[in-house]
Every structure is written in structure tokens, then in C-alpha cells.
Design a protein around this ligand. Structure first.
Ligand code: NAP
Length: 294
């Protein structure tokens, strides 16, 4: 049986560590870390995600501010709100929940966020710092994967890491992080995408396979080298009448058959997914303690 890389357990351990640190800061008379979130409109999933983030802040002892704006808010008004939070010395981190309504430019809004408060790690400044191996806020999903590799003591140096998918929020930063000089890192990385030829052959050469293409159960056992470490980022809802909710979650990897070949694997759910909120809290703590931009 492979090692099951348990993101649920790891994320709760990280939350406990952050909670303990916040208690220490408060006992020392320091400032309570404070995260602000801007939510535009009433998208159901976005409301759930933001709600979970606010609840997690409360759990670890952070302050949080939720700014709710109507779907009809203008770009100028939203940019003004971002600027106001940028200027507020009490707020350490700011996230703007995506997606935004079509009339608002995500690029404009993201570039307005002061890099020192960009705890989502989406601004060009933080992406650039990450690529340079400088202290940076790393985006939640890649940070979560790195943390899982570290905590499960997965050897990465000299290994061949194949990343499937090159999105700005997952695949592309993952490829940079795995190639960096450090741990986890020092891997030889192949970044693949929809134009890649012989993907199956390339995947079979991976010691570490990171799958983030958004296609349910795309990776099958015949694409995996025996003993590989498999990280599944995909999340998909599929109907399942046997469940009370009427659905279940699956990943980009065909878990049961791939688990028989892998030495370690992340499940879906309970793998990479739960790590994202822990990452956000961690970045906010880094910001409050001035550990990235000092
Ligand atoms: P995305 O922006 O849709 O990017 C998908 C990437 O996969 C693109 O680079 C695309 O190539 C590549 N791709 C698509 N079909 C392919 C194929 N047949 N062969 C090889 N490459 C292919 O996706 P994303 O935002 O990175 O998300 C990927 C998955 O992870 C989704 O299921 C998403 O729900 C999930 N996700 C989970 C978390 C989490 O917390 N667990 C966080 C974020 C995302 P091109 O660039 O050539 O189009």
C-alpha cells in the first residue's frame, strides 16, 4: 500500500501551529494578525470559500474583515476599496475572491493589491520573488503541495518531476518551485500542457507526478512509473446516488488503480484541497510578522 499523503490532517496540524504562534504574539503584546477579504456578488461557491476563510481566521485567533460589494460595483469603486485596505496599517493581508464580474479586470485589481499584503501570492511582485527564490507569498495550492512534500519527507533532489498543466495558479508555479535550488526542489522538471506530444510516455518517466489539468481521472495506472509519488490537484463533482448529497468528489487521477503502483499519493478529497486555507493563514502570519517584506 502506498503512503496516503493526508492533507486534511496536515492542514489541521498547520492551523494548530499558527494558533499557538498567535497566542504567543498576543501574550508578548504584539499585534493580532488581520486578514481582509473582498467578496463581490453572491456566487454560491465564492460565498462558501470566503466563509470558510473567515471561520479559519477566527479559529487561529486572527482578526478578519469581510467586505461585501454588490455585483454591480464599478471597477473604480473596487479599486478604491483595495487602495483603502492597502493604506490601513491594521490589515496585514488582503484577498479578493475570484471570479469577479465580467466588467471588472482581474489584472487591474490584482496589480492594485500592495505586494506586502498579497497573501494570495497572485501579484507579479510575489510571483517574481518566488521565481528568484526570494522570500515571497507563494500561492495557496503550490504552497500546500510543497508543504505536503516537506512534511511527508518526500525526496525531490535529482528526481524527475513531471507537472501536467501550466496554469498560473497551479502548474506553472509548481514547476518553478520544484526546480528551485532548495528543498523541496532540485528536481529536474518537465512542464507539460495540452500541446505536449507523447504525454503518456513522459508521465511514465516521472518520479514525482503532479497532476493539475482539470480532467476527471485522466491519469491511469499505465501512465505511472512503479514507485512514483503522485500529487492530484484536480477536483470534480460527479453524481453518486449512493451519497446523501447526491455527489462525490474525484480528482484528475484514477485513484484506486494508480494507488496500487505509487509509493505515495494524495487522495481526493482530503489531499491538496484542504491545504489551501492553511496556506492563506500561513501567509497572513508571515505578513503580520514582517517575514517576507521586512
Ligand atoms: P486550468 O487553468 O484549466 O489549466 C489546465 C491546464 O491543463 C492548462 O495548462 C492546459 O493546457 C492543461 N491541459 C488541459 N488538457 C490537457 C491534456 N489533455 N493534456 C495535457 N495538459 C492539458 O486549471 P487549474 O486552475 O490549474 O486547475 C486544474 C485542476 O485543479 C482543476 O480540476 C481545478 O478544479 C483543480 N484545482 C484544485 C485546487 C485545490 O485546492 N485542490 C486549486 C486549484 C485548482 P493549455 O495551457 O495548453 O490549455
Amino acid at each position: 500500500m502506498p503512503t496516503i499523503i493526508d492533507g486534511k490532517l496536515t492542514s489541521s496540524q498547520i492551523k494548530e501551529e499558527i494558533k499557538t504562534r498567535v497566542e504567543e504574539i498576543k501574550a508578548e503584546g504584539g499585534k493580532t494578525p488581520h486578514l481582509a477579504a473582498i467578496l463581490v456578488g453572491y456566487d454560491g461557491a465564492s460565498q462558501t470559500y470566503v466563509g470558510a476563510k473567515v471561520k479559519a481566521c477566527e479559529y487561529v485567533g486572527f482578526e478578519s474583515t469581510l467586505v461585501r460589494l454588490e455585483e454591480t460595483v464599478t471597477e473604480e469603486e473596487l479599486l478604491r476599496k483595495v487602495e483603502e485596505i492597502n493604506e490601513n496599517p491594521d490589515i496585514d493581508g488582503l484577498i479578493v475572491q475570484l471570479p469577479l464580474p465580467k466588467h471588472i479586470s482581474v489584472e487591474k485589481v490584482t496589480s492594485k493589491i500592495r505586494p506586502e499584503k498579497d497573501v494570495d501570492g497572485f501579484t507579479p511582485a510575489n510571483v517574481g520573488r518566488m521565481a528568484l527564490n526570494w522570500p515571497a507569498y507563494v500561492a495557496a495550492t503550490p504552497y500546500g503541495i510543497i508543504e505536503l512534500l516537506k512534511r511527508y519527507e518526500i525526496e525531490t533532489s535529482g528526481k524527475h518531476c513531471v507537472v501536467i498543466g501550466r496554469s498560473h495558479i497551479v502548474g506553472s508555479p509548481m514547476s518553478i518551485l520544484m526546480a528551485r535550488n532548495g528543498y523541496p526542489g532540485n528536481a529536474t522538471v518537465t512542464l507539460t500542457h495540452s500541446r505536449t506530444k507523447n504525454l503518456e510516455e513522459i508521465a511514465r518517466t516521472a518520479d514525482i507526478l503532479i497532476v493539475a489539468l482539470g480532467k476527471p481521472e485522466f491519469v491511469t495506472a499505465d501512465m505511472v512509473k512503479p514507485g512514483a509519488v503522485v500529487i492530484d490537484v484536480g477536483i470534480h463533482r460527479v453524481e453518486d446516488a449512493s451519497k446523501k448529497s447526491g455527489f462525490r468528489l474525484i480528482g484528475d487521477v484514477k485513484f484506486d488503480e494508480v494507488a496500487e503502483k505509487a509509493s505515495a499519493i494524495t487522495p481526493v478529497p482530503g489531499g491538496v484541497g484542504p491545504m489551501t486555507i492553511a496556506s492563506l493563514l500561513y501567509n497572513t502570519l508571515l505578513s503580520a510578522e514582517k517575514k517576507v517584506y521586512s
